[in-house]
Design a protein around this ligand. Structure first.
Ligand code: NAD
Ligand code: MG
Length: 372
């Protein structure tokens, strides 16, 4: 390749960030890392900068000065921005990258979910593009090469079911933080791991799919597939389903998001058919995992509802991880906050306000539950 693609990596010290550097490490002829940012861990950030030759002034902790993420995401000499920040904090980077016409390799689903209509408007106006890093959406992105968007009958997102698959609502009353963090197939950051245990992650991904692919909620299905080998599927109008299979390894979708439409010349998680065994599929248990229904409802309501859902969930997950509420209360808190009603979002300020209000209400809902 004559010119190397210049990559800005936001959230470089996290699960996705470090796996992205792993991909970039073995493709130095094709990619140059031009900026790095994270929330904390200056020591690791400095080691990463030294290894990839990133100048000190482009190696930043988000708290060091305001607007760091937006500034780095819009750097004139960047081609691809990989947003691997966790949570709503990733919104400024998503908006800035798309506004500046960049390729946005998007792991930070929360920004697209909360800001959907606003982010898509910026994407259209700024000429930027989003290539999903989330494995299910990467699978759908790949399957869509098998037909046109107009030919899509439905999108199918697979869910591992998380550590509590098969448990009854009664059994879920007393699960511990440690149990919830023990994901059966993926090793990920704590927030998304808890979201996977409640199926809120899948609910967020339903909204993410709607925003990415423009398919209405009636045509987005979720199916539980405990082996996490089929990552996503598209069923077309003639009845054909195209699926993407690979062993769970995020480096595959990360590499595709960086290089698309080209595929990496290195295989991550190829299936060994001789040892694969059975692939199974079942419907999700909506009674045990109400977060999935809450997300569908918020997605259908639209406006500020997805931002409210996502913001309240972030606060509830933090409270659960801090031992302040039980696992079942995560869904209760989100539900209660959504009951207050949600307004419209016409611009980024509206999104920020919807998130802010959701956090205040979630904090109240948590305190009301007698949290210490
Ligand atoms: P993580 O907790 O492991 O890492 C998060 C990163 O974001 C860290 O580098 C942290 O320092 C940084 N960060 C946190 N707050 C920040 C802030 N305010 N400003 C700048 N940086 C900040 O999380 P993760 O598992 O890597 O997930 C990152 C995103 O990718 C999430 O949105 C998650 O839903 C999504 N995702 C992750 C996986 C996975 O396998 N880990 C899979 C699919 C999607
Ligand atoms: Mg996913």
């Amino acid at each position: 390749m004559s010119e190397r693609r210049r990559v800005v990596l936001l959230g470089s010290t996290g699960s996705i960030g470090t796996q992205a550097l792993d991909v970039l490490r073995s493709h130095r002829d094709d990619y140059e890392v031009v900026a790095l940012a994270t929330g904390r861990n200056r020591a690791l950030l400095d080691r990463q900068a030294a290894e990839f030759g990133v100048p000190a002034e482009r190696t930043l902790l988000a708290g060091e000065r305001p607007g760091v993420l937006a500034e780095l995401a819009a750097l004139p000499d960047a081609d691809v921005v990989l947003n691997a920040v966790v949570g709503f904090a990733g919104l400024p980077a998503t908006v800035a990258a798309l506004g500046a016409g960049k390729r946005l390799a998007l792991a930070n689903k929360e920004s697209l979910i909360a800001g959907g209509p606003v982010v898509n408007a910026v994407r259209r106006a700024g000429g930027g593009e989003i290539v999903p890093v989330d494995s299910e959406h990467s699978a759908v992105y790949q399957a869509l090469r098998g037909g046109t968007v107009g030919e899509v009958a439905s999108i199918v997102l697979t869910a591992s079911g998380g550590p509590f698959r098969g448990r009854t609502p009664a059994e879920l009353q007393s699960v511990s933080i440690e149990d919830a963090l023990a994901h059966p197939t993926w090793s990920m950051g704590p927030k998304i791991t808890i979201d996977s245990s409640t199926l809120m992650n899948k609910g967020l991904e339903v909204i993410e799919a709607h925003e990415l692919f423009g398919v209405d909620f009636d045509r987005i299905e979720v199916v539980v597939h405990p082996q996490s080998v089929v990552h996503g599927m598209v069923t077309f109008c003639d009845g054909a389903t195209i699926a993407q299979l690979s062993m769970p390894d995020m480096r595959l979708p990360i590499g595709l998001a960086l290089g698309a439409p080209a595929r990496l010349d290195q295989a991550f998680g190829p299936v060994d058919w001789a040892t694969l065994g059975r692939l199974t599929f079942e419907t999700p248990d909506l009674e045990a995992f109400p977060c999935l229904s809450l997300a569908y409802a918020a997605g259908r309501t639209g406006g500020g509802a997805p931002a409210t859902l996502s913001g309240a969930n972030e606060v509830a997950v933090e409270a659960f991880l801090a031992g302040r509420i039980t696992w079942v209360m995560i869904a209760e808190v989100v539900d209660e906050v959504l009951q207050h009603g949600t307004g419209n979002v016409d611009d980024v300020d509206d999104v920020l306000e919807a998130d802010r209000v959701a956090r205040v209400r979630a904090t109240e809902a948590i305190e009301k539950r007698g949290a210490a």
